[in-house]
Design a protein around this ligand. Structure first.
Ligand SMILES: NC(=O)c1ccc[n+]([C@@H]2O[C@H](COP(=O)([O-])OP(=O)(O)OC[C@H]3O[C@@H](n4cnc5c(N)ncnc54)[C@H](O)[C@@H]3O)[C@@H](O)[C@H]2O)c1
Length: 354
């Protein structure tokens, strides 16, 4: 590959964070990008529509659990960013954990084994701050105990530690990245910020689990993309086998987010409505940002006010996108309601998630 631009495999490429990351890779780096996605309910090929014809982007419609395909794809790339996942906390609680275990854990194992067979320069696993559970102390650094509280978080913790074991056991150049709560354009409206924005735009109530005191460290997705590139470009010795939080170091409660969204969109505060607390809820999440700054020089640079303004503007201008996603979601819910043993899912209010 000497003299050639790196080829970066981004799994889950049609999802929220990965599609924003791919745009950033194409804009800000010379890398070639292979985007791979199974196009589950969460994957939306529309997320890549304007860049699909880009000469440095190729798209593979495939599943990370397909070992033969992963061996083939991995043999052609230099860097792996494994971002494919079942990513919705509430889905893991209500619909069951099976897909979470197979995609998040087994899919990661299959990719790690493919990288053992065809060595890569770097294997970046997108883990999650949800692996920490509720903070024992704040801000949470990378040494914070892992106490995942939902099936989603437990599968992310499984993949996170599995990747680490391949560094220790096989010397695979693994970096484990734990982003805190991302928000920004193209996020599925099942997640709390786009849900609040789309509910407010539609003049519907903004539903909050519990009293809304749960807080998160909200990271603008464009800042997350910059962090992952900084990790690809850092000295290997500074990051190999390491866990790196990607966070802002500031937390904001769900209740305050609802207020900020309503204020940003000029809607009345009376649209805020409280529901019973969610099972497996995490109380407070705030990330320590010192280690990633020290190892890569990266720091988040978008303030929440700026990020929310850009996000709200995107949803205002892309109503067709989110209305189509909501329609597909309603069809999926109707399909589930008709399926055997589907009783528990009917109460599903979209969730506050990682
Ligand atoms: N959104 C957040 O705030 C956040 C925070 C921390 C970590 N993460 C992690 O970042 C990654 C991306 O999250 P997101 O919010 O963009 O999720 P997303 O649900 O929008 O995207 C996930 C993508 O993975 C694809 N996918 C699912 N199963 C697959 C499989 N078996 N094979 C191939 N593709 C598959 C889906 O089709 C989808 O396009 C995930 O690993 C998630 O756990 C997200």
């Amino acid at each position: 590959m000497a003299g050639k631009a790196k080829r970066v495999l981004v799994t889950g490429g049609a999802g929220f964070i990965p599609s924003n990351f791919i745009r950033y890779l194409l804009d800000a780096t010379p890398y070639e990008v292979v985007s791979l996605d199974a196009l589950t309910y969460a994957g939306n090929i529309e997320n890549l529509a304007e860049v699909m014809a880009h000469p440095r982007l190729s798209f593979v419609h495939g599943d990370i659990r397909d070992a033969a395909l992963m061996r083939d794809v991995v043999s052609q790339v230099d860097v792996i960013v494994n971002a494919a996942a079942e990513s919705h906390v509430e889905k893991s609680i209500i619909e069951g954990a099976s897909e979470f275990v197979t995609t998040n854990v087994e899919g990661t194992q299959i990719l790690l084994d493919a990288a053992r067979e065809s060595p890569v320069e770097r294997f970046i696993l997108i883990s999650s701050s949800e692996v920490y559970g509720t903070a024992d102390y704040a801000p949470m650094d990378e040494e914070h105990p892992l106490k995942p509280r939902s099936p989603y978080a437990a599968t992310k913790a499984g993949a996170d530690r599995l990747a680490y074991s391949y560094f220790v056991t096989y010397d695979l150049p693994v970096v484990i990245v734990r982003p805190f709560n991302n928000y920004g354009p193209r996020q599925h409206p099942e997640k709390v910020i786009p849900r609040f924005i789309t509910q407010a735009l539609a003049g519907e109530p903004l539903t909050i689990h519990g009293d809304g005191h749960a807080s998160r460290d909200w990271l603008y997705v464009g800042d997350d993309a910059e962090a992952i590139v900084a990790i690809i470009e850092a000295e290997l010795a500074a990051v190999a086998g390491e866990v790196l939080n990607v966070a802002t170091g500031i937390d904001i409660t769900i209740s305050d987010i609802a207020d900020l969204v309503l204020a940003a969109l000029g809607k009345p505060r009376s649209l805020k409505v409280h529901l019973p607390e969610r099972l497996g809820q995490v109380d407070r999440h705030i990330g320590s940002v010192d280690k990633i700054a020290e190892r890569t020089g990266w720091r988040a640079r978008t303030s929440f006010a700026e990020g929310l303004e850009q996000t709200a503007a995107w949803y205002r201008e892309n109503e067709t996108w989110w209305r189509a996603v909501l329609e597909r979601e309603a069809e999926r819910a109707a399909g589930r309601a008709g399926a055997p043993g589907a009783g528990a899912s009917s109460s599903s209010a979209p969730a506050q998630r990682s």
